[in-house]
Design a protein around this ligand. Structure first.
Ligand SMILES: Nc1ncnc2c1ncn2[C@@H]1O[C@H](COP(=O)(O)OP(=O)(O)O)[C@@H](O)[C@H]1O
Ligand SMILES: [Mg+2]
Length: 275
């Protein structure tokens, strides 16, 4: 459904993604993991059609550069890591914006649009928020509203950039369970960056590991989530337990004296942000 072939992105004169390739089959969930600054958000933005790139991105055999923005929005729905929200807008009106790619004219929403929006709000536990303005939501509520807007697009590909970062445990589980249901119901293809390696392993069929803009490993969660890989890629000391639903990645307590490398200032900064 989604084919990314040798995608390269340069930002500020620097390569941020280098020849990244991956495929997401209909109904599949591909997780993208990697340390801060690895290029995960840039990859998500490229697939959403928001970043100029070399290489090829195809959805349902259509190329981004041969599609207009509206046609691409019918193929790819995108949930950014840090959305900018118009604070004065109501939740319902904002979510209905996700339907605009289906209209010939802006603002001409139909009864079906309203039904789809109400259904998605309900499934994201946001039914009671429909009339609130966006300024009146918590961080986690806003994140679910942005996901709602993406889901009402009813595109065959959903790109999510760290969708669970500001969600509590219950809402994280529900959001990912909902995407799993949509994969079964309508063969939704999901490309999702995730910080939490255990969650990534539970939901992804395959994981792609990005480091410094390159895809350095790819495989099933059991193949990818090893103590050695996490140590190399994240400079993290973890224990991997065999869980019922996939590998469980647990950080080991790491006293300052046990550091075996001399950290550079850059590595130190990464570590403090990545914690
Ligand atoms: N507009 C930009 N100009 C220059 N560099 C950027 C820009 N946006 C992001 N970067 C850099 O690109 C790299 C990858 O960023 P990003 O894709 O956000 O990483 P991740 O999501 O994996 O943390 C980082 O080093 C970041 O500083
Ligand atoms: Mg990011």
């Amino acid at each position: 459904m989604l084919e990314v072939s040798r995608v390269t992105v340069r930002l500020g004169g620097r390569p941020v993604l280098a020849e990244v390739s991956l495929d997401v089959a209909p109904g599949a969930f591909v997780g993208v993991i990697g340390p801060n600054g690895a290029g995960k958000s840039t990859l998500a933005r490229a697939v959403a059609g928001l970043v100029v790139h070399d290489g090829e991105i195809l959805v349902a055999d259509r190329r981004r550069d041969e599609c207009g923005a509206r046609a691409w929005a019918r193929l790819v729905a995108y949930v950014p890591q840090r959305p900018v929200l118009p604070g004065g807008m109501t939740v319902t009106d904002y979510v209905l914006l996700g339907r605009s790619a289906h209209h010939p004219y802006l603002g001409a929403e139909t009864a079906r649009d309203r039904r789809v929006a109400a259904g998605v709000l309900e499934r994201l536990d946001l039914g009671g928020f429909a009339r609130r303005t966006l300024a009146e939501l918590s961080g986690g509520e806003s994140q679910r509203v942005v996901l709602a807007r993406a889901l009402v697009q009813e595109a065959p590909v959903l790109v999510m950039d760290e969708p669970t970062t500001s969600l509590d445990l219950g809402h994280s589980q529900r959001v990912l369970a909902l995407t799993d249901e949509l994969r079964r119901e309508r063969a939704l293809s999901v490309l999702c960056t995730l910080h939490d390696l255990t969650l990534a392993g539970q939901h992804a069929d395959r994981l792609v590991v990005l480091r410094a803009g390159a895809a350095i490993a790819e495989g099933t969660p059991a193949e990818v989530l090893t103590e050695a890989l996490v140590a190399t890629v994240f400079d993290a000391d973890v224990e991997i337990l065999a869980g019922r639903d996939g590998p469980i990645v647990v950080p080991r307590l790491r006293p300052a004296s046990s550091r075996h490398t001399t950290p550079s200032p850059a590595a130190d900064a990464t570590r403090s942000v990545a914690r």
